[in-house]
Structures are given as structure tokens and as C-alpha cells.
Design a protein. Structure first.
Length: 261
């Protein structure tokens, strides 16, 4: 059995365990469930082993073969951190695709390896770039990781025929490549943000209309009172010819009141 303990550089609980006794105490305090499987020699080897950093995100491509006798697989073409199952699982995918390409081109190994490069060279880029997007530091990283997961869970339930599951699930579906999953999830995110933006715009417009109606109510009431007073004034004035100055003034006031309302 092979075990790997991941810890931050500033975590002294693991870094300070140098002797077999210190290592055994560390496991007893923090990882007791693994102690039945660890031998005394393994405790000593753990304490003596130097610390190692996780690999940097790297990819090789789009050509991952040479001539008809050399091909690159696994971490040699897509180096990622051991998160999300993208390490050994993608290496096994490489083996599966190499076997498929060799079966598809039984008479030409060169064509088989060229076919493998065309399929997995592009995938290597997508695997590493997806891993980078999911492993960003700080608040930006949290938003980049949890934001799409939350949106996908909501929108897939609302419109399952339009939106797909989250990236970590979707890229594991049969027949879906990492390149396809990444492209489709970017499209889903654009649609989700557009939908949210449209809802926000509609809500803000409705709020403005509601607020405008509340503000306009006193003006409408004042305009109505002015119209009533004008009508009372007109009814109290003796009938005059329509072309007299006072009738022109009254008509102008009524027109202005109506247009203002």
C-alpha cells in the first residue's frame, strides 16, 4: 500500500515529525485510522523522507508521439495535482485510447500513433487548463470552484434538457471528452449569467416603475386638484366668445395640465 500525506508548507504538525516516535504520535493524533496498516519501518521511512512539492500544471502537445515507435502517456503529457481524480484516471484514459487507436489502425502503427496524438494531444491541454481553473488561490478560487457548482445544480433542475451537470460529473460521462465538457460548460455559464442578468434587469426596471408610481402619486393628485379648480373657474365665468383672450388662456391651462399628467 502506498500513502501520500498532503499538507501546507506552514503546517508544522507534519514537517516537524522527523523521528519514528514523532511520526507515530502525529498519526495517532490526526490520522489514527491508518495506523493498523503502517509498519515500524514505514514510520521511520516517513520521518526520514524529504518533503516534496506538488507538481506544477504542465501539458505537452498537440503532438505526443514520434515516428511509429514512441508515444507519451499520463503525466508525461498532462501533469496535474492529485485532485478531482484527474491524475491516474486520465492516465488510464490515455491507455484506453492508445489501445483503441492501435486496433483502429492495425496495418500502420505510425497512423495509429498519429491518431492518438490528434485525440489525446488536445485533451492534454483541456485537462491541465480545467485543473488550473479549479485550483485558483484565494476568494477568486473559491468563486471559480463553488460558483459554477451552485449554478449548475440550480439550472440543471430548472431546465435539465438545456443545462448539463457540473463539470466534475459531466466530464466523466461516457463519450464526453474533457474538451467537449469544457466547451459546453463555458456555454452553460454564459447562458446562466445571461439569464441572471435578464432577471436582474427586469427586477430593477419593475422596482423603478413601482418607485416612480409612488413618487408620481402626489404630482397626479396636484394636477387633478388644479384641473378641478380650473373647471370651477371656467363654470363661474360668464359665457364668452371662443376667440377672447381669457378663453385662450383657460384652454392653454387645460392643455398644459393634460400633457403634464
Amino acid at each position: 500500500m502506498i500513502g501520500v500525506v498532503l499538507f501546507r508548507p506552514d503546517d508544522t504538525r507534519v514537517a516537524d515529525a522527523k523521528t519514528p516516535e514523532q511520526v507515530k504520535e502525529m498519526f495517532a493524533n490526526y490520522l489514527p485510522m491508518f495506523m493498523p496498516f503502517i509498519t515500524e519501518e514505514a514510520y521511520a521511512a516517513f520521518g526520514a523522507k524529504r518533503e516534496q512539492s506538488l507538481p506544477a500544471f504542465q501539458y505537452c502537445g498537440p503532438v505526443v508521439h514520434r515516428r511509429d515507435n514512441t508515444v507519451l502517456l499520463g503525466d508525461a503529457i498532462h501533469t496535474v495535482k492529485p485532485f478531482f481524480g484527474f491524475g491516474i484516471n486520465t492516465a488510464l484514459d490515455d491507455i484506453k485510447w492508445l489501445d483503441h487507436c492501435l486496433d483502429a489502425q492495425p496495418s500502420s502503427r505510425a497512423e495509429a500513433l498519429k491518431m492518438f496524438s490528434q485525440v489525446r494531444g488536445t485533451e492534454a491541454v483541456s485537462i491541465v487548463e480545467i485543473s488550473q481553473e479549479l485550483d485558483q488561490p484565494g476568494i477568486k478560487g473559491l468563486l471559480a470552484f463553488f460558483g459554477p457548482l451552485i449554478l449548475d445544480s440550480i439550472f440543471e433542475k430548472i431546465m435539465p434538457g438545456v443545462f448539463h451537470p457540473n463539470l466534475l460529473i459531466y466530464c466523466r460521462k461516457d463519450g464526453v471528452t474533457f474538451t467537449d465538457a469544457r466547451r459546453r460548460k463555458k456555454r452553460d455559464l454564459k447562458l446562466q449569467l445571461s439569464f441572471i442578468g435578464a432577471q436582474f434587469l427586469w427586477g430593477s426596471t419593475a422596482a423603478k416603475i413601482y418607485a416612480g408610481e409612488r413618487c408620481a402619486a402626489p404630482l397626479l393628485a396636484a394636477a387633478g386638484a388644479l384641473a378641478e379648480k380650473t373647471a370651477a373657474f371656467v363654470s363661474s365665468v360668464p359665457l364668452l366668445p371662443i376667440n377672447t383672450p381669457i378663453m385662450h388662456a383657460v384652454t392653454s391651462v387645460l392643455d398644459w395640465t393634460w400633457m403634464s399628467v
